[in-house]
Design a protein around this ligand. Structure first.
Ligand SMILES: [Zn+2]
Length: 157
């Protein structure tokens, strides 16, 4: 049995506990605050190579340049890669099985150089394709985490 708890994964079938917390850092904190307060995606652009990181990070990987230029990206984007899940498993964040099938993939938000991973709503015909245009569906009660995005929906589906 898994107890529903958004902060801890609490398994009682073996008395196993896996509590964890981690700091978002300054870039992650602003990213999630913007997501929560304004339903917008903010990334950091490298002044040297112009790569735009989403989610943002504090230092450019190739350049080692400190990143300070905040830029808004998305909210629309394209599917970069994906998979369709057809086997239900317990989501550690909710303690519940997510109904199948559903998509999961890398989304390249417009203006970003990196990908965001998230759930993808399947279109009515069930076919996802690389390059399909997607837009986020935001949660009604944002809490400043990735679940502030319910999933990405295929345009026109
Ligand atoms: Zn760079």
């Amino acid at each position: 049995m898994v107890k529903k708890n958004l902060n801890l994964l609490t398994l009682t079938n073996g008395e196993s506990f896996q509590p964890f917390r981690y700091a978002l850092g300054s870039a992650g904190a602003r990213f999630f605050q913007e997501l929560k307060d304004n339903n917008r995606f903010m990334g950091l652009r490298c002044a040297k190579c112009e790569k735009v990181y989403i989610p943002p990070r504090n230092v450019c990987g190739p350049c080692f340049e400190p990143l300070k230029d905040w830029v808004q990206v998305g909210p629309e984007g394209s599917i970069y890669s994906f998979t369709v899940l057809r086997f239900a498993f317990i989501d550690p964040e909710t303690g519940e099985k997510k109904p199948v099938p559903y998509g999961y993939g890398f989304i390249r938000l417009d203006g970003a150089s990196t990908n965001l991973q998230h759930f993808l709503e399947l279109p009515k015909n069930g076919d996802l394709k690389i390059g399909m245009r997607v837009r986020p569906v935001f949660a009604k009660n944002a809490q400043g985490n990735m679940r502030d995005i319910v999933h990405f929906s295929v345009d026109g589906a």
